[in-house]
Design a protein around this ligand. Structure first.
Ligand SMILES: [Zn+2]
Ligand SMILES: [Zn+2]
Length: 280
C-alpha cells in the first residue's frame, strides 16, 4: 500500500505499520495503527509534513471526519518525529508530563530536528525544511495506569516510563500480548545507545523505568514489542537492551558522561547552533 509520502504495510490482521520512507531512516518513526473491536487507535503520527489522516482515509482504515468508525491518537512522547502529525486529528492523547510541550508547540520539548538532507524527496512542492516545526496541537492528557478502551473488552494500558522525555509512555495491549514502546526502548544495537542525553531526558528516571520494565516483562508473556523506531523485537531482546542500558550507566557512575553531554546539547540547543539530534 503506497501513498505519495507514506508507506503502509499490514503486520497482523489487527495491526498496520506506516512509515515515511522518503525521510532519513535514523529519525524515521513507526506509526502504528491498531484495528480495535469498536475503536481504532493510532500510536504516533510521524512528522506532520503530509496529512496522515488523509492517507489512512485513502486506505479505508479510517473514515472521514465525523464518520462512525472512530479513531483516537496516542502520542508516546512529545518529540517531532512522533507528534508532528497529531495536528491532523481531533482526539489526541499524550502523557500529562509531555502535554504542555505539544499543546504549546514548545521547541525544547518537540525538538524539531530536521535538515534538508533528511528529506530524500520534497513532501510537497515548495516545502522548506528550515520552516519545519511542530505547531501548538490540541490534545488531552494520560496518566500511568489509564486504560484506552477499544470496545469488546479490549484496551491499551498506559505505562509511564520517563527518561527519554518526562512523559514517555509505553502501551500494553494484553489481548495481543503486545507492547508499544515508543522511544523508551527499541533495537538500537546495544542498550547504551538509548537516548538519555536530550534536553527532555533524565538518566535517573530512565534507569528506574528500565528496571520497572524488566520486571513487567518478566511477569508477563510479551509476544512482541513494537517500538518507535526500527524493527519489532521480542521480550527477551527488549530485556537485554534495557539491562545493557542499566549496566552501562552503572559502569560510568550513573550520571557523569551523560549529564555533561546533556548540558552541552542543551546549551547548543538554546543558542540555536544545534537543533538537538535524536539519532545521529
Ligand atoms: Zn524521541
Ligand atoms: Zn523518535
Amino acid at each position: 500500500m503506497n501513498g505519495s509520502w507514506f508507506t503502509t504495510e499490514s503486520v497482523k490482521d489487527w495491526l498496520f505499520l506506516t512509515t515515511e520512507r522518503k525521510f532519513f531512516e535514523g529519525n524515521r518513526s513507526n506509526i502504528w495503527f491498531i484495528k480495535g473491536p469498536a475503536k481504532n487507535i493510532i500510536i504516533d503520527t510521524g512528522l506532520g509534513v503530509c496529512n496522515l489522516r488523509h492517507h489512512l482515509e485513502y486506505l479505508n482504515l479510517i473514515g472521514p471526519v465525523g464518520d462512525a468508525r472512530t479513531c483516537e491518537v496516542v502520542i508516546t512522547h512529545s518529540h517531532f518525529d512522533h507528534s508532528g502529525g497529531a495536528r491532523h486529528f481531533e482526539k489526541v492523547f499524550i502523557h500529562e508530563n509531555d502535554y504542555q510541550g505539544l499543546r504549546n508547540g514548545r521547541q525544547t520539548e518537540t525538538l524539531n530536528y530536521v535538515k534538508p538532507s533528511h528529506f530524500y524527496e520534497n513532501p510537497y512542492p515548495g516545502f522548506d525544511s528550515s520552516k519545519y516545526s511542530v505547531p501548538p496541537t490540541p490534545c488531552d492528557t494520560l496518566r500511568d495506569g489509564d486504560r484506552i478502551d477499544m470496545g469488546g473488552g479490549e484496551y491499551l494500558e498506559v505505562i509511564h516510563n520517563p527518561g527519554h522525555t518526562k512523559g514517555s509512555i509505553s502501551l500494553w495491549y494484553p489481548n495481543k500480548q503486545a507492547l508499544f514502546s515508543g522511544d523508551f526502548v527499541y533495537d538500537c544495537g546495544i542498550g547504551s545507545n538509548l537516548l538519555d542525553w536530550l534536553p527532555t531526558s533524565c538518566v535517573r528516571d530512565y534507569i528506574r523505568s528500565a528496571e520497572n520494565m524488566i520486571d513487567f516483562i518478566a511477569d508477563r508473556d510479551v509476544a512482541c514489542v513494537y517500538p518507535g523506531h526500527f524493527r519489532c523485537i521480542d521480550g527477551v531482546r527488549t530485556t537485554k537492551i534495557l539491562q545493557e542500558y542499566i549496566d552501562g550507566k552503572q559502569a560510568c557512575g550513573t550520571k557523569g558522561c551523560t549529564s555533561c553531554m546533556q548540558c552541552a546539547t542543551f546549551a547548543f540547543f538554546l543558542m540555536g547552533c544545534f537543533r538537538c539530534c535524536p539519532c545521529e
